[in-house]
Ligand binder design. Structure first.
Ligand code: GLN
Length: 287
């Protein structure tokens, strides 16, 4: 065991609105982060923050917000602006790793125009906006695969809203699926260490390299470890995770990508290689 990681390594994750925004197993992302930390002897403490709870930026090392239906998003949007925005912005500008999924992702952009009712103003972290095209338009539903950081990410999406990016950088490029809007092949958005995505499923169990990316960013930020995270994030045996990942790629007909994923990771576990100068900045896409 890497004695660098004696139990004194602790991280705190703030789980935003677990009662309102928790669709398609989003809580599985938290369980995955907890388990992958635990296997490296890192304690990941989870604090739930609901409607009305203030957010003290220095108390958290990571943040997560899940997805939800339009009617759940409205009170969350109000609370994000009126109660949590100052704390959130302070943490985000200080490079806290954030994973925002679907409905949560939409509320981290400028606004969400639902099928019915008034616009929901968002935090504006991502220079993007979302428009629901109405109940008559088909929803963006199904398995999805994207190109991210020279690898693939897989998940499941179900959203009526279509997101359009302004200057925000996409998380990745759609290989199969709808992504942000079924038009421009972009998926998600990135600002500093904040990652927005439409991928539910939940996302992280089938994408251990992305889970480790978030953990490494948090450890680098909280413990000032600017060296290669590989030195302290010991590889895990992720055979099952990569077989599940490859299964989705195969189901989408992306056979080469599936073979690549299995070839790269099977038996060797997830090896995290972040270019040194990228440790504290966001994803470099290979679009
Ligand atoms: N309600 C939003 C939409 O339909 C988000 C859905 C979700 O989080 N899955 O687009």
């Amino acid at each position: 065991m890497n004695d660098d990681l004696s139990p004194h390594m602790r991280l705190t994750l703030g789980h935003l609105y677990p009662d309102q925004l928790n669709l398609y197993g989003d809580r599985g992302n938290i369980l995955t982060l907890q388990r992958r930390c635990q296997l490296r002897n890192i304690e990941l403490r989870v604090v739930e923050l609901g409607i009305g709870d203030a957010l003290a930026p220095d108390e958290y090392d990571m943040l997560f917000i899940g997805g939800g239906q339009d009617k759940e998003q409205a009170p969350v949007a109000q609370d994000l602006l009126e109660v949590k925005s100052i704390g959130l912005w302070a943490a985000i500008e200080d490079d806290i790793p954030v994973l925002a999924v679907c409905g949560g992702y939409q509320l981290f952009a400028h606004y969400y125009r639902p099928a019915e009712g008034p616009d929901m103003r968002g935090l504006g972290v991502f220079d993007a906006w979302t428009i629901h095209k109405g109940a008559q338009e088909p929803r963006c539903t199904g398995d999805i695969a994207i190109k991210w950081n020279g690898n693939t990410l897989v998940g499941f999406e179900n959203h009526g809203g279509r997101t359009y990016l302004g200057t925000a950088k996409p998380l990745g490029k759609v290989l199969k699926g709808h992504g942000n809007n079924s038009e421009d092949h972009t998926e998600g958005a990135v600002y500093r260490n904040s990652f927005g995505t439409y991928m539910h499923g939940s996302l992280l169990p089938k994408n251990p390299h992305f889970a480790d990316h978030l953990i490494a960013l948090a450890l680098a930020r909280t413990y000032g470890r600017r060296d290669d995270p590989f030195t302290f994030l010991t590889p895990l045996d992720d055979t099952l995770e990569w077989e599940a990942h490859a299964f989705i790629l195969e189901r989408l007909g992306l056979y080469n990508a599936a073979t690549d994923a299995l070839r790269t990771y099977k038996g060797v576990g997830t090896i995290l290689h972040l270019p040194k100068n990228q440790v504290s900045s966001s994803v470099n896409e290979t679009l």
